[in-house]
Design a protein around this ligand. Sequence first.
Ligand SMILES: C[S@@+](CC[C@H](N)C(=O)[O-])C[C@H]1O[C@@H](n2cnc3c(N)ncnc32)[C@H](O)[C@@H]1O
Length: 434
Amino acid sequence: MVDWTWKALATVPACAGGIAGQSDAQNQSVSSGKLVSTDPPYYDNIGYADLSDFFYVWLRRALKPVFPDLFATLAVPKAEELVATPYRHGSKEKAETFFLDGMTQAMHRLAEQAHPAFPVTIYYAFKQAESDGADGTTNTGWDTFLAAVIEAGFAISGTWPMRTELSNRMIGSGTNALASSIVLVCRQRSTTAHTATRREFVAALKAELPKALAHLQAGNIAPVDLAQAAIGPGMAVYTRYARVLDAEGKPITVRAALALINQTLDEALAEQEVDADSRWALTWFEQTGFAEGDYGVAEQLSKSKNTAVAGLVEAGILVSKAGKVRLLKPAELPADWDPTTDTRLTVWEMVHHLIRVLEAGGEGAAAAIVTKLGSRAETARELCYRLYTLCERKKRANEAMAYNGLVQSWPEITRLARETPTPTKRTDDMFDSE
Ligand SMILES: C[S@@+](CC[C@H](N)C(=O)[O-])C[C@H]1O[C@@H](n2cnc3c(N)ncnc32)[C@H](O)[C@@H]1O
């Protein structure tokens, strides 16, 4: 730890400009006229007050004579803590209400006090394991928090993923934990905002989300963070209006808006053009994964995708035996594969070979393949977002982790690829991008 912290010290201004104080976010006045950047509690992720007791009891013994006011209580104060813990509030519903009311009040306080010339930036790094939305991604932790921010009079004008979480932190090890925090950029909501219909809202999402998605992908955002990063551009549309009303004139809730944002994101991801074999593989994979399925079903699907089972076998992605077919897992793909001599190169194959090579030989080995693929490698990286999203929805955590891992290793893979001499024969001309 000392090894990282001294680097930060070198950039700390050499003046005694900082102050530290303690107050309840629901009635503080420290933010008055200031530029605010804040890191609030993330729904029910961590009970800081309980955690603090562990240290507090020891600190109190040593420091009570020095700071009698700070250490007046036997344990850390708990009642004001904005955290949705059912054990403290009696039930899940009561905990949610407590969090929503308290957070709305805290956000109100910020909205009315913060300097109007600057946006308020709010860190939010929440990922709930159990999704409860109809589409499988919206969840209480997010929509309760967003509802509080919007209710408090803020419009959300952006969300920036920021790499803030260490991969070795305890809550992250061995899980698809967030690699980033999302910074919500909030401004006071315009008083002239007009009411929109659901149709207008959806049309605006369809027009604006694909561009935002391309921007996020260009920045190599981790697939695990994509859905939450897309909430920003989606919410920027939603909070542009005073209200969004459905056909019956009832307001569209934050939760419903998030579901529409996710749906539009899915559609935008599915717009990536891929070759016919990969299109077949994507649909098959969504339904069957790497498990076995009937030849007849596979053949029928292949007709609608303009390919054939025999061709998929020839492409090297499928086994077909005794009336059954299944997609080859990365580890089963031939180790001597060479994209420069592959006569039926598919983007599906590129992704899964890259995963195989990355897992078996590390980033250097993957870089050698990327060098041979040339600019086509980019299409493989892009497809990982769609594959990750699909696996996450289907709760296929291990596979999801592999696609996420490939994207996260991408900057290093391409850096190493740039250092590798380019092969004389390029594959770009051989690839039918269709
Ligand atoms: C996500 S943590 C911030 C962590 C901090 N950025 C750090 O790196 O140490 C959220 C913090 O909000 C505090 N908190 C919870 N309820 C609060 C309230 N009502 N008023 C002020 N702070 C509160 C928690 O105790 C916790 O320290």
